[in-house]
Write a protein that binds this ligand. Structure first.
Ligand SMILES: *Cc1c(COP(=O)(O)O)cnc(C)c1O
Length: 427
C-alpha cells in the first residue's frame, strides 16, 4: 500500500500523519487515500484505452457495495466510472453522489418491486437478472410503468474461482445466477416478453481471485452462449465479466489489472474477428475490492494491553462491528503500529470491546506497542465500513479522505442518539 507509508517513523496516509488524523477526528476512523483510489480505477480505465476501447465499447462499473461512501462514489464518477449496485439504496447513493444512473447496472438475487420501479424511473443501463421469477416480475413492473426494462442474464458458468467458499459465487451450488444449462431457454423466454429488452449477458464468479485463469474460462463459456444466442437472432450488445480481482492482504500476488485486461480483450477481439466480422461488443467490469481495498485503512487506538498466561491481548477501540471480515471469513489483515517503536515486540491478539469471542481483528501478531498507541488495520478500504453494524450500540466509525496534505471528513462519527432515533417506547 504505497500511499500508506512511514515517514520519520510515523505511518502516513499520503502526506498526512495518522497521529494527526486521530487527534483531529478520534478513532476508530477509516482513512482513504484519494491517490490510491484514482490509481486503482485508472488501472482499469487505462487498460481499456490501451486496448482500443472507448466509453461505448468498455465500461467499468465500480461495485458500490465494496465501499459506498458518497465521496468515493463522487470521485469515481468524475473519473468516468459506472456503478454496479445491489439495492435501491445504492442507486440513491450513486445519484446523491452525482453519478449517472444511465451508467448503473443492477445486480442481486432479490430485487423487490419498489427497487425495480425506482431503477426503471431513473432509466438505469441494465438489470442483471438472476432468475426466471425475477424476469416475470420485472416484465410486469415495467409494463405498469409503460417501459421496457433492459436486461442481462447473470449466468452461472460453473467454474471454480478457487477462493473462500463464502466469496465464491460461480459454482452450481451457489444461490447466484441462472444455471448455464438453462441460459438459452431463459433468454428465449426473456426475448418473448413484451416489456423486456434483452441487451447483455453477465457473470460474476467470486471475489479475491488472484489468478485470471478462472475469469478467462468463464469468458469462454459466456462467449459460447453469445454465439448460440446470435444464431437464434438474439443479438447481445454487451458482455459483463463481473468483478473479483483480488488484492494483497499479506503475501498474495494477484494478477495485474493491465495484464488481465490485455488477455481478456485479446480473446474478445479474436472471437469477434472469427465469428462476427470484427463487430465490437461492449465489455463491462464490476470491480470492487481491487479499487477500494488497498485504498483504505482502519485507524484504531490501543485501549488496554492484557498479558495473560497463554496469550496477550491488545484491546483496541475498533471491533467486529467496524470491520467484520475477520469474524465473518477469518480474513487476515496486516496490523501496523502508527509509531515505530524500538522496544521489544510481543505477540498479541488484536481484539475489540464487543461481547463476542469472535470479536477479533488479528491474531498472533508481533507488535512493539504500548497502551494508547495507534494501530492501522491495513487493506480495509473494501467491505470494511460498508459492512459495519451498530452491534453493542456502537456508533459507526468516522471516515476521512486524504488528498495529498489535506484531510476531508467524509462521514461523521455516529453518536448513540443517532442509533436509537428511530425507536419508540411502548407502555
Ligand atoms: C460484490 C460483487 C462484485 C464486486 O466484487 P469484487 O470482488 O469486490 O471485485 C461485482 N459484481 C457482483 C454481482 C457482486 O456481487
Amino acid at each position: 500500500m504505497p500511499h500508506f507509508s512511514y515517514q520519520n517513523g510515523v505511518l502516513h496516509a499520503e502526506r498526512v500523519a495518522l497521529t494527526d488524523i486521530a487527534k483531529q477526528f478520534g478513532s476508530p476512523t477509516y482513512v482513504y487515500s484519494k491517490a490510491a483510489l484514482v490509481e486503482h480505477f485508472s488501472a482499469y480505465a487505462n487498460a481499456c484505452k490501451k486496448n482500443g476501447r472507448n466509453a461505448d465499447t468498455a465500461l467499468v462499473c465500480y461495485s458500490v457495495k465494496s465501499n459506498s461512501n458518497l465521496a468515493v462514489l463522487h470521485l469515481l464518477s468524475k473519473l468516468g466510472s459506472g456503478f454496479d449496485i445491489v439495492s435501491g439504496g445504492e442507486l440513491l447513493r450513486v445519484i446523491a453522489a452525482g453519478g449517472n444512473p444511465r451508467k448503473v447496472i443492477f445486480s442481486g438475487v432479490g430485487k423487490n418491486e419498489e427497487e425495480m420501479r425506482l431503477a426503471l424511473s431513473h432509466d438505469i443501463l441494465c438489470f442483471n437478472v438472476e432468475s426466471v421469477a425475477e424476469l416475470h416480475r420485472l416484465n410486469q413492473v415495467a409494463k405498469e410503468l409503460g417501459k421496457r426494462a433492459p436486461v442481462s442474464l447473470r449466468v452461472n458458468p460453473n467454474v471454480d474461482a478457487k477462493t473462500h467458499p463464502y466469496i465464491s459465487t460461480g459454482l452450481k451450488e451457489n444461490k447466484f445466477g441462472i444455471a448455464y444449462e438453462d441460459a438459452l431457454l431463459t433468454y428465449r423466454t426473456a426475448a418473448g416478453m413484451s416489456n423486456i429488452k434483452v441487451v447483455g449477458i453477465d457473470c460474476h464468479i467470486g471475489s479475491q481471485l488472484l489468478d485470471d485463469a478462472p475469469l478467462l474460462q468463464a469468458l469462454d463459456k459466456v462467449i459460447e452462449l453469445v454465439d448460440q444466442l446470435a444464431e437464434e437472432g438474439i443479438v447481445l450488445h454487451h458482455l459483463d465479466i463481473g468483478g473479483g480481482i483480488g488484492i494483497t492482504y499479506d503475501q498474495e500476488r494477484p494478477v495485474a489489472i493491465g495484464a488481465y485486461l490485455d488477455r481478456l480483450f485479446a480473446r474478445v477481439d479474436q472471437w469477434r474477428q472469427r465469428r462476427h466480422n470484427g463487430s465490437p461488443i461492449q465489455v463491462m467490469f464490476e470491480p470492487g475490492r481491487s479499487i477500494a481495498g488497498n485504498a483504505g485503512i482502519l485507524l484504531t487506538k490501543v485501549e488496554y494491553l492484557k498479558h495473560g498466561e497463554t496469550k496477550n491481548f491488545a484491546v483496541v477501540d475498533a471491533a467486529m462491528n467496524d470491520l467484520m471480515r475477520p469474524a465473518m471469513y477469518e480474513a487476515w489483515h496486516a496490523v501496523q503500529p502508527v509509531l515505530q517503536r524500538t522496544s521489544a515486540v510481543q505477540t498479541y491478539d488484536v481484539v475489540g470491546p464487543v461481547c463476542e469471542s469472535g470479536d477479533w481483528l488479528a491474531r498472533g501478531r508481533a507488535l512493539a506497542i504500548e497502551q494508547g498507541d495507534l494501530l492501522a488495520i491495513m487493506s480495509a478500504g473494501a467491505y470494511g465500513m460498508s459492512m459495519a453494524s451498530n452491534y453493542n450500540t456502537r456508533g459507526r466509525a468516522a471516515e476521512v479522505l486524504v488528498d495529498g496534505d489535506r484531510v476531508h471528513l467524509v462521514r461523521k462519527r455516529e453518536v448513540p442518539e443517532n442509533l436509537f432515533a428511530l425507536e419508540s417506547i411502548v407502555d
